[in-house]
Design a protein around this ligand. Structure first.
Ligand SMILES: Nc1ncnc2c1ncn2[C@@H]1O[C@H](COP(=O)(O)OP(=O)(O)OP(=O)(O)O)[C@@H](O)[C@H]1O
Ligand SMILES: [Mg+2]
Length: 378
């Protein structure tokens, strides 16, 4: 078993042989470089290219394209990242998805190819950890859809269908666990302490930017009440699954024709109510055109079809009706708004959301009277 590393200089041929579990093989021409696009700050990432030499018995050599994720080297960021336990969560989740038990669930669920990058190695230690996974390179057509206009309905549907596969398999996996084992697995996060300043700052930035919009004034008044929205997933249960917890389009990698998606960045994953991922994705990433009642309903149907397909393949009853799921989602939009307000400053600064798209979220909030419900709780 290879030890975790902290920086790209530590990637050597022998470390790769150990990390990839290829004793006796030879890995040569190892080069490392920084990842071109970064979204967060909870980790450092670098790309590794290398070549596996041909082996007389095993045959062909091949090129290796890998990506390594490690806790930040910067001491302050490192303290924050490790303090949040975010890195640990991602390691735990990659190890679960790579386990024989989880693979068996996928096999039962119609030989499902689980939609994450193949991870070769995920390990943590008291001082850090390393996740080593396959790099889905742009030269092979893989892409993150970065338009500030968000995901058009077809790509949003693909994301939701993929998410449903994750939720369905997570549900099956948890169902097989003994209750005490389940309780300890990915407990829910303490979020408000991390989020509160971002949410308050986000609300006032949006209210300033759209000062004439009818929701702006209310948004300022209820900013402090958003804390109660963290309870929405518990207040409106649907079923229990492994949730991604940070689902927006920067954490999705699409294939060339955008017919399939892969989910990355599991640092905020938790065991919980899947509707939280649905509302987060729609609020943070849907294009203006996808934010209509009809488009959302059609996207939810795509999610539902994919969910039932996986569960039926595994011979499992579906734990929630479509109507119940739709009701839950409709009760939980403010959870998505909370996450959006927490991220909005970075989104605006980094051009991840256009004014048009943000305005359509505000219109959505206005048309559904969402903030009134929050104001009433005061
Ligand atoms: N397996 C992969 N293949 C291809 N590109 C990847 C892969 N993993 C990550 N990336 C690229 O790196 C970017 C950042 O990765 P990721 O989302 O895991 O971390 P982050 O959001 O930057 O940081 P953090 O999780 O530390 O807050 C992605 O948006 C994507 O462009
Ligand atoms: Mg990310």
């Amino acid at each position: 078993m290879a030890s975790p590393i902290s920086r790209k200089e530590e990637v050597t041929s022998s470390w790769l042989v150990a990390a990839l579990g290829m004793p006796g093989r030879k890995i040569v021409d190892v080069t490392t470089k920084n990842v071109p696009v970064r979204n967060g700050f909870l980790s450092d990432m670098f790309l590794i290219e290398a070549r596996l030499e041909e082996d007389a018995a095993l045959g062909k050599g091949r090129h290796l394209n890998l990506i390594a994720k490690v806790p930040p080297v910067d001491p302050m960021m490192r303290q924050v990242a490790l303090g949040l336990g975010a890195f640990e969560r991602e390691v735990e989740v990659y190890n679960v998805f790579g386990s024989a038990r989880f693979k068996d669930v996928c096999r039962r669920a119609g030989d499902l190819t689980f939609p994450i990058p193949k991870s070769a190695f995920a390990t943590k230690s008291d001082t850090g950890g390393t996740i080593l996974m396959r790099y889905l390179a742009s030269k092979c057509g893989y892409k993150v859809l970065t338009s500030p206009e968000g995901l058009a309905t077809p790509t949003l549907k693909v994301a939701l269908e993929t998410l449903a596969q994750v939720h369905a398999t997570g549900f099956l996996f948890l169902k097989d666990m003994a209750p005490e084992e389940r309780r300890e697995f990915l407990p829910s996060k303490v979020k408000w302490e991390i989020l509160s300043n971002h949410v308050l700052g986000g609300c006032s930035a949006v209210a300033r930017k759209f000062s004439r919009h009818p929701v702006s004034k209310v948004l300022l008044e209820v900013a402090g009440e958003f804390r109660s929205c963290l309870d929405l997933p518990r207040k409106h249960p649907s079923f229990e699954a492994i949730c991604h917890g940070d689902l927006w389009h920067g954490n999705l990698i699409y294939n060339a024709d955008e017919s399939r998606a892969i989910l990355i960045d599991w640092q905020l994953s938790e065991r919980g109510n899947p509707a939280m991922d649905i509302v987060t994705l729609v609020t943070l990433s849907a294009s203006s055109e996808s934010l209509t009642t009809e488009a959302i309903s059609s996207c939810l149907q795509s999610y539902w079809r994919s969910l039932t397909e996986v569960l039926e393949a595994a011979g499992s009853p579906v734990p929630v009706s479509f109507l119940r799921l739709e009701t839950c989602v409709n009760e939980m939009w403010l959870y998505g708004v909370l996450v959006l307000m927490g991220s909005i400053k970075t989104f605006l600064e980094q051009g991840k959301i256009s004014d048009r798209r943000l305005e359509s979220v505000l219109n959505f909030v206005h048309e559904r009277n969402l903030l009134q419900a929050l104001a009433l709780e005061e």
